[in-house]
Write a protein that binds this ligand. Structure first.
Ligand SMILES: C[S@@+](CC[C@H](N)C(=O)[O-])C[C@H]1O[C@@H](n2cnc3c(N)ncnc32)[C@H](O)[C@@H]1O
Length: 267
């Protein structure tokens, strides 16, 4: 296996044995409702961040905080589309921004795989049918036990739903099982922001950009996770179709999160 891929997967996974054995046990023991004061009108963001960080996920708190601020700042009251929601950590940061700014919520797009959606590829990695997303065997086995091991859940969609319900953000989140282009076909209105963190291959990110860039309002944001040398496909696609496209400006990075603002289209 290519060294960069091996390192990237290792870097992103929590150490095995550091949490309760199954998703059900974990949700019961660790996930709690976001604290609200003053009849639900006052939020301590520090305490909300502590709560959201309990959601298993692959996102640094600074990146999460940036998503929260962008969700509030993005123009218009349109929804946000997220591709690659996993168990809801990034989704919750975005939804918290929607809650406080009283804007519409999030389409959470993910393949939300069932156990049977995974298969062992010729490269020795586990893949989800219909995506090039991949996991090393040992990580796949640890996750399989956590996700499906107690038979309480048949897919990560149910785990995701239980988590966002327990943190109290379910009213703002619409889960969509599938990919970006299937979701784009169903969108009835433009979105104020798109956050891409799904299939990390060049082709996967390119498809996500081409499916969603036209759906973003003028001055809205397009953001990508894992814009780093660990994911050369992400970097290549973002460079080609965002940074060097002439369609985006005000581009900056917060750790692995790349943020770009969509400019007005030229007549
Ligand atoms: C790195 S995780 C996302 C982490 C998440 N944003 C967080 O805050 O923890 C990638 C997710 O993308 C999903 N995925 C992979 N390929 C996809 C695709 N083509 N379309 C939508 N989701 C995809 C996987 O099921 C997985 O849940």
């Amino acid at each position: 296996m290519r060294a960069w891929l091996k390192n990237a997967i290792r870097r992103k996974e929590p150490p095995a044995g550091s949490r309760p054995r199954t998703a059900k046990a974990y949700i019961n023991a660790e996930i709690e409702r976001l604290p609200r004061g003053g009849q639900g009108l006052f939020f301590s963001i520090d305490r909300c961040v502590q709560c959201i960080e309990k959601i298993p996920g692959i996102l640094h708190p600074l990146e999460g905080f940036a998503l929260f601020m962008l969700s509030m700042d993005a123009p218009t009251d349109n929804m946000i589309v997220e591709v690659g929601s996993y168990l809801g950590r990034s989704t919750s940061y975005l939804a918290l921004g929607s809650l406080i700014s009283r804007k519409k919520g999030i389409y959470a797009v993910d393949m939300f795989p069932k156990a049977s959606d995974w298969f062992l590829g010729e490269d020795g990695l586990y893949h989800i049918r219909g995506s090039d997303y991949y996991l090393e065997e040992s990580i796949f086995k640890e996750r399989a036990l956590f996700f499906y091991g107690d038979h309480a859940y048949s897919s990560t969609l149910e785990i995701f739903r239980d988590i966002v319900r327990k943190v109290g953000l379910d009213d703002l989140i619409v889960a969509f099982k599938g990919n970006s282009y299937q979701c784009a076909r169903e969108l009835k209105a433009p979105v104020r922001m798109a956050f891409i963190d799904g299939d990390h291959t060049y082709d996967g990110v390119k498809k996500d950009i081409l499916a969603l860039a036209d759906m973003i309002v003028e001055n809205g944001f397009m953001c990508f996770h894992d814009y780093s040398s660990s994911f050369p496909g992400v970097v290549q696609a973002v460079n080609e179709f965002v940074i060097n496209s002439g369609r985006f400006a005000d581009i900056y990075q917060v750790k692995g999160l790349l943020v770009a603002r969509k400019m007005a289209s030229r007549a």
